[in-house]
Design a protein around this ligand. Sequence first.
Ligand SMILES: NC(=O)CCC(=O)C(=O)O
Length: 272
Amino acid sequence: MRVAVLQLAYGEGAEEPVAERADRVAELVRTSGAGHDLVVLPELWSAGGFAVRDWEERSQSLTFSLPPALAPVAQAAQEIGAVVHAGSVVERTGEPGPDGRHLWNTSVVLGPDGKVVATYRKVHRFGFGGGEPRLMEAGTELVVVDLPAPADALPAGLSTCYDLRFPELYRGLVELGAQLFLVPAAWPAPRVEAWRLLLRARAIEDQCFVVACNTAGTHAGLRMGGRSAVIDPWGRVLAEAGTEQEVLSVEIDPGLVATARTDFPVLADRRL
Ligand SMILES: NC(=O)CCC(=O)C(=O)O
């Protein structure tokens, strides 16, 4: 299974309108994603991971059709015939959630036909009372998706950025059958060592592949950490990006999860 991780750099929204960014990202999917089974983009790349003041204005409905930020990416997915984890968007709903808000940080997975295969609303909101917890609802559902291609694709558990700090979420995904974790993120540079360590920890403790796509560049005054990575179920780093825009291209052997879980059956020793 060939995987491409598109670590995007983006600056302040005013310098690059969302529509232009969507076209630029779709072109990157087309040029760098071609020849891969799975292409992964980062969290909130269209709205801006920390562009809190712009989230409302850049929010998008997913109810009837693909929003303008994702339509060009869906077209590119179709052209190259790959599954594309399109990162996340600020989703706007008509009905408010339990906290009375209409916004969610929602990841979208597209099939090779450009259609939505799965969505996941970020469960753990980052901001300690500000940012996401102030403006967004928290997701409540764990999502494991059977990717439509290739035939030997592993069941993929979805999570987003700050979720990485909550191991119980990943154990829940394993209980639902996940063998691969997809983690789009907007994780800043000052805490990037935590990111690198936690990615490996989640891979080792759950004996899963981890495919993690962070952002790069400086955004809303914050330097993003980069260091997107692909990690195998033994915790070996198969590829890791630097701190600028970069594409990782990695072949993963789906059979490795079953082998790891048979040869070293640590999950069977859990005491619940
Ligand atoms: N966008 C996020 O969820 C940021 C998380 C983060 O910066 C951290 O956990 O540290």
